[in-house]
Design a protein. Structure first.
Length: 100
């Protein structure tokens, strides 16, 4: 669970990021979750977007994905959302070291 200060600093980092994945008309599939988990392992912080044809809101998609892969929701704005998960590999931990 993130504190409000940690969430604010992660939001600031994610502000300049581009979405790396899109949730499409098929909704949240296993492949989307698997890809998000791999990206979080490498980056720790990712931004995703939800297409209008997805039939779900960004909040719903963020809730489903974060629950399935064990990530923290940082923010949901419009059709975009940001997820954070500390990397299990110490060499990939760039963000988590600054959050302490």
């Amino acid at each position: 669970m993130l504190t409000s200060k940690q969430r604010a600093s992660l939001r600031a980092l994610a502000n300049k990021m581009q979405p790396v994945f899109q949730v499409g008309k098929d909704g949240v599939t296993d492949e989307v979750c698997r890809s998000a988990a791999l990206a979080l392992e490498a980056r720790e912080l990712i931004k995703m977007s939800v297409l209008e044809t997805a039939g779900m809101s960004a909040r719903e998609a963020a809730d489903i994905i974060s629950e399935k892969i064990g990530a923290d929701e940082v923010s949901v704005i419009g059709r975009k959302f940001v997820l954070y998960k500390q990397s299990s590999k110490p060499e990939n931990r760039k963000i988590s070291e600054t959050l302490k």
